[in-house]
Ligand binder design. Structure first.
Ligand code: 13P
Length: 251
């Protein structure tokens, strides 16, 4: 049986000026010091380098919240994989539902970014998840399988085994309405089973799958106790000292 290391990532979204970031990270780097969990702070582009410098020498990784699929060129406002690598950034969130919704990113756009991240040895955290309407319509699984399949087009099994997929039901994001542990486990397991179908069981068993959507210090332990949930992608609660309670959950 494969033992997967937990991975708990904060997604700051468009929050935290560099000054605010410094204050928060100085506090969290003292309190998020658990060695058996990979901790990642995914932060706005302008905070990447200062935060990375602040966590040097700790076991905290820094991730970007997005990147573009080209190496360089006339793409005003975008940041590239080589820029991230040069700044010591080892993770990148790709395909977050907010990027899909507000910036119209498609599975194909996300797939190009996933491939680019691997080209530069950056670990993608690829997000998938259904809307409330899709859940009510009963098409959750169909939708998520499509996101997984199209997002992973051309990705090798070794790469899949090394990446992270985050299951984030859109209706649970920022709403305080967490999926029940049963709902979260059901979909995370379905994602793993589907990866086994697309690749093989070993690949699926090595892949880490996070749950995201209103994770907090109180519900983290129960969610992370589920057999197919290997940690969380945390929005609101990652902006507060409370994030350490999530990282230090009772295993
Ligand atoms: P919340 O934890 O604020 O619900 O956000 C979840 C999320 O979108 C993380 O990527």
């Amino acid at each position: 049986m494969v033992i997967r290391k937990f991975i708990i990532a904060g997604n700051w979204k468009m929050n935290m000026t560099p000054t605010e970031a410094e204050k928060l990270v100085k506090e969290l780097k003292e309190t998020c010091n658990r060695k058996d969990v990979d901790v990642v702070f995914c932060v706005p582009a302008i905070d990447l380098l200062p935060v990375r410098l602040l966590v040097d020498g700790t076991n905290i990784f820094v991730g970007a919240e997005n990147m573009y699929s080209e190496d360089k060129g006339a793409y005003t406002g975008e940041i590239s994989a080589p820029m991230l690598v040069d700044s010591g950034i080892s993770f990148v969130i790709l395909g977050h539902s907010e990027r899909r919704e507000y910036f119209h990113e498609t599975n194909q756009d996300i797939n190009k970014k996933v491939l680019k991240a691997f080209e530069y040895n950056i670990t993608p955290i690829m997000c998938v998840g259904e809307s409330l309407a899709q859940r009510e319509e009963g098409i959750t699984l169909h939708w998520i399988r499509e996101q997984v399949k199209e997002g992973l087009e051309g990705v090798t099994k070794e790469q899949v085994a090394s990446m992270v997929i985050a299951y984030e039901p859109i209706w649970a994001i920022g709403t305080g309405k967490t999926a029940t542990t049963e709902q979260a486990q059901e979909i995370c397991k379905a994602i793993r089973d589907y990866v086994a179908e697309l690749y093989d069981q070993d690949t699926a068993d090595t892949l880490r799958i996070q749950y995201g959507g209103s994770v907090n210090g109180k519900n983290a332990a129960e969610l992370f106790a589920q057999p197919d949930i290997d940690g969380g992608l945390v929005g609101g609660a990652s902006l507060k000292p409370e994030f350490a309670e999530i990282v230090n959950f009772d295993a």
